[in-house]
Design a binder for this molecule. Structure first.
Ligand SMILES: Cc1ncc(COP(=O)(O)O)c(C=O)c1O
Length: 414
């Protein structure tokens, strides 16, 4: 069988292998594929059961209004959904943003300032294709991003042909990039700056003053600030402020800013693939033109479910409470160990284990617990690497599973 396949190939005249975009070679495998590769040759212990705290996929049950609304809207599966979403979707998102971020009613115009996304991931990726433009002075555009980071920022920058500039976010700088250290020359050729608050993986929340400074830089140097706020509804003591609130307080509309959010974490509905981008109307006017060519559009029954979810806070409060109780469990197990701190936002622990990859392997081999090495969340350009000492632990399962996993983690690593 194999021989005949090879022969057929050899006999084809003038076969030229297609040339893929070589920029892809600058990216390593996506973190979860790297993790699968690391763990594949190693067997977990027999009979203990595997506990997966690697991926940030919420296991809380989404509220029943999701499935009920999809069922009720079944008559619209035959229709192409509009790329800019339904008026009801844009309205629900605009009003939710105003309620959540204390904006006066009517501040966020649904028609010009909101677009649906198939989850924040695709929006975060695609916006670089628009924000990164060739420069008149011939210099290479730069895209700034924290490190560690959500790998999509890096992939988007690299594939758009920009210079990706990771900014170390370490314990020393409060796990947020040091904005004061950015050189004017770099800022001048910056096309796009990705920031994430609450931050994945460290769970820190950027203050209003920090975000205002980042937005000020964006406006002064003419780049786009893209704020990834997909963990904004998972918080411990206080709701994180957001980019829209900061821009409104600065008083010049939403120019230079887009925020991205989704129902994946807020409503435990990662499979719905539903998010939005809101902010700069000029950017969004161009983005909708691009998206008409390239973007996945959410089907109408799912968009209707998204409307129902953005209009409901009760399920979000209940879910937030469950995360809080899991962080209580973690505090009981880990206080004073492995650099544990209560993350103000999000549902990850960022534990200083000395060597993240070795610890992840050990946890898998000895305890059947899957966690993500912190070094898989950095581009690997800094020395020392701001992720390599850490593992990221996702508290996504129910309390009993999380507690069991943390108990195994403590007895393996401490
Ligand atoms: C920081 C961050 N941004 C964006 C995403 C993508 O989320 P989604 O596309 O489901 O909204 C994730 C997913 O884990 C994430 O951790």
């Amino acid at each position: 069988m194999w021989i005949s396949v090879n022969l057929t190939f050899d006999l084809l005249p003038n076969v030229t292998a297609p040339m893929w975009n070589p920029r892809l070679a600058d990216l390593s495998e996506f973190p979860f594929r790297r993790l699968a590769g690391l763990l594949a040759p190693v067997a977990p212990p027999q009979g203990l059961g595997i506990l997966d705290l690697g991926i940030g996929e919420p296991k809380h049950r989404p509220p029943s209004i999701l499935a009920e609304t999809v069922a009720a809207e079944a008559g619209s599966w035959n229709l192409y959904p509009p790329p800019n979403g339904t008026p009801a979707f844009r309205e629900a998102v605009a009003r939710w943003c105003e309620r959540r971020f204390d904006l006066p009613p009517g501040t966020l115009e649904p028609e010009r300032m909101v677009l649906p996304l198939a989850g924040t991931k695709e929006g975060l990726y695609m916006l670089a294709a628009l924000a990164v433009a060739p420069r008149a002075d011939g210099r290479r555009p730069a895209v700034l991003m924290p490190s560690p980071l959500y790998a999509v920022y890096l992939g988007a920058a690299v594939m758009a042909g920009a210079e990706a500039v990771p900014l170390a976010a370490t314990a020393e700088n409060g796990f947020l990039p040091d904005l004061d250290a950015l050189e004017p020359d770099l800022l001048d050729r910056t096309a796009l700056f990705y920031l994430c608050s609450p931050a994945n993986p460290q769970g820190v929340v950027a203050s209003g003053a920090y975000l205002a400074k980042a937005l000020g830089l964006a406006r002064r140097h003419g780049f786009l600030l893209a704020l990834d706020e997909c963990y904004s509804e998972i918080w411990d003591e206080a709701p994180p402020t957001g980019g829209l609130a900061v821009a409104h307080a600065a008083g010049k509309g939403f120019g230079g800013l887009v925020v991205l959010n989704s129902l994946s974490k807020r409503s435990s509905a990662a499979g719905l693939r539903s998010g939005f981008v809101a902010g700069d109307p000029d950017f969004l006017a161009a983005f909708i033109k691009l998206r008409a060519y390239a973007a996945p559009v959410q089907p109408l029954p799912l968009m209707a479910a998204a409307v129902a979810l953005w209009n409901d806070e009760a399920h979000v409060e209940a879910s937030r409470d469950r995360y809080r109780r899991k962080i209580d469990l973690a505090e009981r197990r880990l206080a004073g160990r492995l650099g544990f701190y209560r993350p103000p936002g999000g549902f990850f622990l960022w534990l200083d284990v000395g060597d993240g990859e070795a610890a992840a392997l050990r946890l898998w081999r000895e305890a059947g617990v899957r966690v993500l090495p912190g070094g898989y969340l950095t581009p690997g350009t800094h020395e020392p690497d701001p992720g390599e000492r850490y593992v990221r632990v996702a508290l996504v399962h129910d309390g009993a599973v999380v507690d069991e996993a943390l108990s195994r983690l403590v007895s393996t690593l401490c």
